[in-house]
Design a protein around this ligand. Structure first.
Ligand SMILES: [Zn+2]
Length: 286
């Protein structure tokens, strides 16, 4: 699933491709992608005549700001956007087509069909699901150490599932959690309230560094991620943990282990990231 860096890369690419384009009409070939409004016909009517003013991001969601509406789009597993000419043949799995007045088309393709689109009157999208309950944006200025500490430090939950929970911090998925925890030398099963001030500061710094570097590399191309122009991200070449089970840790040489934490495959180095007991409690090793 694309995480923050991949969605940010798609957002930047879309901003280069579709800003200022006016929608003539919309074709929907798979109704279930459209969650709101319930009537797909209504979705198409509302979008006709609208101009795309900007493409923003909230967590892992894209937010197309139009004259009167905001289109909230989640790519889920394999959703992709691409800009085409109207004469280009329609590729398989193309579910939604935004036909622009200049003859070009923004096409949404999704092999797995898990992606979603919600259309709101502009301004309402942040007050309703799916954006309503989203947590802090880790690459914004407001995400300072104090804000991070306030959200995380008093929780008794294990740190990995806490970081994956989009209601606390948005956009970090399985890959970037493992990379960040290793960089901060924190075991994924540590309870959040067992982290020292120093560890919290290291984790905060690691999250910002990992996500920033991934954005700078254009995201990571796992499975089929490509940006809106068919280009692949390069951050997968910088992974220190993800996909490296059994290989030597770059920091200490110990083989990287993989286990399941909170239902997710988790890479960690048992030497760099020891499982310290939290507040005197003995935690079962994973
Ligand atoms: Zn190590």
């Amino acid at each position: 699933m694309p995480e923050l860096p991949e969605v940010e890369t798609v957002r930047r690419t879309l901003n280069e491709l579709v800003i200022g384009k006016q929608i003539d009409h919309v074709s929907v070939h798979l109704n279930r992608i459209i969650i709101k409004p319930e009537e797909v016909g209504e979705f198409c009517i509302q979008l006709a005549g609208q101009t795309i003013l900007s493409v923003e991001r909230r967590g892992k969601f894209l937010r197309f700001l139009l004259d009167d509406y905001a289109l909230v789009s989640h790519l889920r597993m394999e959703g992709r956007y691409g800009l085409y000419d109207s004469s280009d043949p329609l590729e398989l799995h193309t579910h939604v087509v935004f036909h622009f007045t200049d003859g070009s088309e923004l096409r949404y393709k999704d092999v797995r069909q898990f992606g979603t689109m919600h259309l709101f009157p502009k301004g309402r999208e942040l007050e309703e699901q799916p954006l309503k309950k989203l947590g802090l944006e880790p690459l914004e200025e407001a995400f300072d150490l104090a804000a991070f500490r306030a959200r995380i430090a008093h929780r008794s939950t294990k740190i990995k599932p806490l970081l994956l929970n989009q209601e606390y911090i948005v956009g970090i998925g399985n890959i970037y959690v493992d990379e960040s925890l290793h960089l901060a030398r924190i075991h994924p099963e540590r309870e959040a309230n067992s982290l020292t001030s120093k560890e919290l500061a290291a984790l905060h710094e690691a999250i910002v560094k990992t996500l920033s570097e991934a954005v700078a590399a254009g995201g990571s191309s796992i499975k089929s991620f490509v940006n809106g122009q068919g280009e692949i991200g390069m951050f997968q070449h910088q992974f220190k943990m993800y996909g490296r089970k059994g290989e030597a840790c770059y920091s200490c040489g110990h083989p990287i282990e993989k286990s399941v934490v909170a239902g997710r495959g988790t890479h960690y180095c048992p030497q760099c990231q020891p499982l310290k007991p939290a507040r005197g409690k003995k935690i079962k090793p994973i």
